[in-house]
Design a protein around this ligand. Structure first.
Ligand SMILES: Nc1ncnc2c1ncn2[C@@H]1O[C@H](COP(=O)(O)OP(=O)(O)OP(=O)(O)O)[C@@H](O)[C@H]1O
Ligand SMILES: [Mg+2]
Length: 273
């Protein structure tokens, strides 16, 4: 399906991604982990063609997408929609218009300027918002929503493009544990129910283990681990993060598990009242 071959990105002397090879044969949910500067964002940005590769190939459906230009390149960018840590919504615009901007490359600039979207697209946008549990916020300005709700709007905008692949660069890094959980569950459902591939850069081990079928570890631009979540032992994690003996899982842990423990404790407390 998606075959990344010896993909390399150089910034001057610095090799941000160093001959990365990754084969994805069937739709799956992949978590990419690694310390800051390991090359995770650069890898996703090359896949989406936000930045050009220095070397290597990205094969999808038999075509090398690193060579696409113009309309073909835009079609590819829609087919591997990207979501970001900072949501990248238009804050003062209403939620449904933000979502409709996911169809931007299908409409004329003039129609988009005046927010003239086909009624069928508006219905679809609201259906997608409903699926993500935020349809009642459709008329509100994006900036009036919580971080987790805004990230779901960004996911809805990506889904408007009906992509085969969703690339998520640290989608929960700005969210509190509760919202982080809701957003990761939404991405997981989109993978399971629609058969879309999700590739997410994650800065915590527990999130990768918990939501992903496959984990890829990057260090200094290279892929140093590619396996199942259960193969991601503390020893392997130490190698990926290049940490010394003082490496602790807690340092790379979100509070999602703490949240679960708190919820469980609360439920137990309620049960005894
Ligand atoms: N536009 C750029 N110009 C020059 N160097 C860059 C550029 N973008 C990234 N780099 C360098 O490439 C390397 C990889 O950066 P990248 O942002 O991909 O890492 P990352 O794994 O996403 O890190 P983080 O976890 O902090 O987001 C770093 O050394 C970074 O300084
Ligand atoms: Mg990054």
């Amino acid at each position: 399906m998606l075959h990344i071959k010896k993909l390399t990105k150089r910034f001057g002397e610095n090799v941000a991604v160093d001959s990365a090879t990754l084969e994805i044969d069937k739709p799956c949910m992949i978590g990419i982990i690694g310390r800051s500067g390991a090359g995770k964002s650069t890898l996703l940005r090359m896949i989406n063609r936000l930045t050009d590769a220095s070397d290597g190939e990205i094969l999808f459906g038999g075509r090398d997408v690193t060579k696409l230009k113009g309309r073909d390149k835009r079609a590819w960018q829609a087919d591997c929609a990207m979501i970001f840590q900072q949501f990248n919504l238009v804050p003062r615009m209403d939620v449904v218009s933000n979502v409709l901007h996911g169809t931007l490359n299908r409409h004329s600039t003039l129609a988009t300027m005046f927010n003239l979207f086909p009624i069928a697209d508006i219905h679809r946008a609201i259906d997608i918002l409903d699926r993500l549990g935020i349809a009642e916020h459709a008329p509100k300005r994006a900036e009036a929503l919580s971080g987790g709700q805004q990230q779901r709007v960004a996911i809805a905008r990506a889904l408007m493009q009906d992509p085969s692949i969703i690339l998520a660069d640290e989608p929960i890094a700005s969210l509190d544990p509760m919202n982080a959980q809701v957003v990761m569950q939404a991405l997981r459902r989109i993978h399971e129910e629609d058969g879309r591939t999700v590739i997410a850069n994650l800065h915590t081990l527990d999130t990768a283990r918990r939501y992903c079928d496959r984990v890829v570890g990057m260090r200094d631009g290279r892929i140093v681990f590619d396996g199942l979540p259960e193969q991601l032992t503390t020893g392997v994690a130490r190698e990926i993060y290049g940490a010394d003996a003082s490496f602790s899982e807690e340092a790379t842990s979100t509070e999602i598990e703490t949240l679960d423990a708190t919820q469980k404790a609360l439920m137990e407390a309620e049960a005894t009242i």
